[in-house]
Write a new protein. Structure first.
Length: 413
């Protein structure tokens, strides 16, 4: 009996202390990239809340046209369905508020739908669309700028400041970390996601502007146009978001990729161009983003959803099996797997469904350590053998004593 109990205790202790490395077959591992063109970098996976890559993420830089993401957010909060329309004012396209426009641009007096303006704002980065939309939402541009800074504060963008709705000002400031917060919020709007994932569009001519404006996305990772150094090989998974350039800002790009159940965001800022062996120059923010996304795509999500079975426990010779479930979702990223550790509590004789019987810890290469309780899947009475064996032993002792007494009595007779 003592030997049996000792074996059971050792088995329980081994299960409780055992760390299990969980490995699963995944895509070919990709080495962590060394980003050289962009001094400010962040890469983040949303579903597992994983910061995968960071370089000076709290340093400020002018966002340039990435500013338009905040402009779009305020428009969507004001007109979520983008059903309105507005007229281009002379003030909106004046040098005071919008001095850098392409040869083909909006003209004072033309009426446009807000849907068309938002597409023109976010896909080809039409600067004058930012000022027109600012007046549509706030009545005037200074009031809209106040709204931009108030929204940044509300979103926890503590090192962000806006001076215009389009990004031309050198006084606009943002960090990679703050830009990530803004992008994640913007992508909660269905119409924003739809627009920034669009590669081409068109503003038809009208009575005021006698020419159409045809445009393409400025995001060359989403639309490489034949340039292999920008092409991830899975451009269908790149769904935006926004580029930005002015001289003091360098080249900026906030990007989003959805791969299966994973959503990756990257931000690179102040990137410089890189000269190629043939003497041509390629833009660093596209090459850096491509490298980040190729690396990101080699990762998978490992772990358990709430209610998934993690392991089972058997108690000694009785073979009463207890299924242990994850109480909460617990996931981490890995290329081939993540580390799991199961720790068991002392198992009582009677177990009810939902009883906490242990803890699961999952850890990844990024320093994340996640924990959840392990709970019993159903009611189990795990202890009958502990009662049966002593009872049998006692019965055998009594029987043996009786037999010995009887044999002694016969001997006397």
């Amino acid at each position: 009996m003592k030997r049996l109990l000792a074996v059971m205790m050792i088995v329980t202790m081994l299960l409780g202390c055992m760390g299990v490395a969980s490995f699963a077959e995944g895509e070919t591992p990709v080495e962590r990239p060394v980003i050289t063109n962009s001094p400010l970098v962040i890469l983040y996976e949303e579903s597992t809340d994983t910061l995968m890559y960071e370089k000076r993420i709290d340093s400020t830089n002018a966002p340039a046209s990435m500013t338009k993401v905040m402009t779009a957010v305020l428009v969507l909060e004001y007109d979520p369905e983008l059903k309105g329309s507005t007229t281009v004012s002379a003030d909106a396209i004046s040098d005071k508020y919008c001095y850098w426009m392409n040869d083909n641009h909006l003209l004072a007096g033309e009426e446009l739908t807000v849907w068309d303006l938002m597409n023109y704002l976010l896909i080809p980065s039409g600067n004058e669309a930012g000022t027109v939309l600012a007046e549509y939402v706030a009545g005037d541009i200074p009031t809209f700028i106040d709204m931009m800074n108030a929204k940044a504060k509300e979103l926890g963008m503590t090192r962000t400041h806006y001076e215009d709705p389009h990004g031309l000002s050198e006084e606009n400031k943002i960090t990679c970390e703050d830009m990530l917060k803004l992008c994640r919020y913007a992508m909660t709007f269905e119409n924003f996601r739809k627009i920034v994932s669009t590669k081409q569009g068109n503003l038809p001519e009208n009575e005021i502007r006698p020419y159409p404006i045809r445009y393409s996305t400025t995001n060359r990772v989403m639309n490489p146009r034949g340039q292999s150094r920008y092409d991830t090989g899975f451009t269908e998974d790149i769904i935006g978001i926004k580029t930005g350039y002015i001289r003091v800002a360098g080249n900026n790009l906030a990007c989003c990729m959805v791969h299966g159940d994973l959503t990756f965001y990257s931000v690179v800022m102040h990137a410089h161009d890189e000269q190629q062996p043939d003497g041509t120059w390629l833009e660093g923010h596209y090459m850096d983003t491509r490298e980040l996304m190729v690396w990101a795509r080699s990762f998978q999500k490992f772990g358990y959803a709430a209610g998934d079975e993690v392991t089972t426990v058997e108690r000694g010779m009785h073979a009463s099996e207890i299924r242990l479930l994850a109480k909460d979702d617990i996931y981490a990223l890995g290329q081939t797997g993540v580390d799991e550790k199961v720790e068991l509590n002392k198992i009582p004789l009677r177990v009810k469904a939902g009883d906490v019987l242990g803890k699961l810890t999952v850890s990844d290469e990024f320093g994340n350590v996640r924990e959840t309780e392990l709970v019993a899947a159903e009611d189990v009475f795990v202890g009958p053998i502990l009662y049966v064996i002593p009872c049998i032993a006692v019965a055998l002792v009594i029987l043996a004593a009786a037999l010995i007494a009887r044999s002694h009595k016969k001997a006397k007779n």
